[in-house]
Ligand binder design. Structure first.
Ligand SMILES: NC(=O)c1ccc[n+]([C@@H]2O[C@H](COP(=O)([O-])OP(=O)(O)OC[C@H]3O[C@@H](n4cnc5c(N)ncnc54)[C@H](OP(=O)(O)O)[C@@H]3O)[C@@H](O)[C@H]2O)c1
Length: 258
């Protein structure tokens, strides 16, 4: 059993996007219990305050920044404030995201695509860009909560899958550039976590625990559940087989809707 190193994030600055619920909140609680300094970002003020209350109870120093991450000027202001307040960042947890499914081609689907791309991909890259000067000061870590659908394409989730594939491509390339500055990148490929976004059989607390373990071990990737890795390898080796299953699943799903 992995034992949590109490010193690791003690007094370290951790910035978490999408901290108002789900996995973001659970990651906040994990680092709060070792005494990190935490900045929480999301749009819903009341939910952010709930996360803050829980973290403060554990003895952490916490600031909330209610913000829509797709508004670039607002995000830059937050990082300016963080620089003035703490001067450095040790861990940026890029977690905020939205989901959305259905057949691509309906009237609404292109608007959905733009929304998914702007929050899941562009806002994550922009947040990282804003945080970089402060991460370079500490040789910190950029953590990216991607998705299993960023490894294996999923029909009826084309826009979501596409936004997560984009994340994976960007951060796998950028990882090499950051190495020379001592900044580490870790990308998470997850599925089936029980949150507002999806009903799954893995708790967000367990998922957060696995993230922190991977971060402490400076892993470049983390798979939750771990079987996502073997499924990905199987898909890479036998794409015709897994694509046929995906295709059949889609037909069954569409038929069950009519
Ligand atoms: N749950 C799963 O099984 C699963 C699987 C694969 C990947 N993921 C990824 O895990 C991440 C966390 O999701 P979750 O499952 O914990 O769902 P969640 O509870 O719905 O969390 C999503 C978070 O993103 C924030 N957010 C969304 N749009 C935002 C915006 N424009 N600006 C600022 N914050 C925004 C939400 O806060 P506000 O609404 O308050 O802004 C919320 O805190 C997402 O990136 C998701 O794609 C989850």
């Amino acid at each position: 059993m992995f034992s949590w190193n109490k010193q690791t994030y003690k007094n370290k600055v951790v910035v978490i996007t999408g901290a108002s619920s789900g996995i973001g909140r659970s990651v906040a609680l994990r680092v709060a219990c070792v005494g990190a300094k935490i900045a929480l970002i999301a749009r819903r003020v009341d939910k952010l305050q709930e996360t803050k209350k829980l973290c403060v109870k554990s003895g952490a120093e916490v600031v909330c920044y209610p913000c829509d991450l797709t508004v670039q000027s607002a995000v830059q202001i937050i990082f300016n404030k963080l620089e003035a307040q703490w001067g450095e960042i040790h861990l940026l947890v890029n977690n905020a995201g939205v989901s959305g499914g259905g057949e691509f081609g309906s009237e609404k689907s292109f608007t959905d695509f733009e929304l998914l791309t702007s929050i899941n991909y562009s806002a994550t890259v922009h947040c990282t860009h804003c945080a970089l000067p402060l991460l370079k000061k500490t040789g910190g870590t950029v953590f990216v909560n991607c998705s299993f659908w960023g490894l294996c394409p999923q029909p009826l989730l084309a826009a979501y899958s596409g936004s997560k594939f984009a994340l994976r491509g960007f951060f796998d390339a950028f990882r090499h550039e950051l190495k020379q500055h001592g900044v580490h990148v870790c990308v998470a490929y997850i599925a089936g976590i029980d949150t507002e976004m999806s009903s799954g059989n893995i708790s967000s607390a367990k998922c957060a625990n696995m993230f922190i373990r991977a971060l402490l071990l400076r892993h470049s990737e983390v798979y939750v559940p771990q079987t996502n890795w073997s499924t990905y390898i199987f898909r890479t080796l036998c794409p015709q087989y897994t694509d046929r299953i995906a295709h059949e699943w889609m037909h069954d799903h569409l038929a069950s809707e009519t």
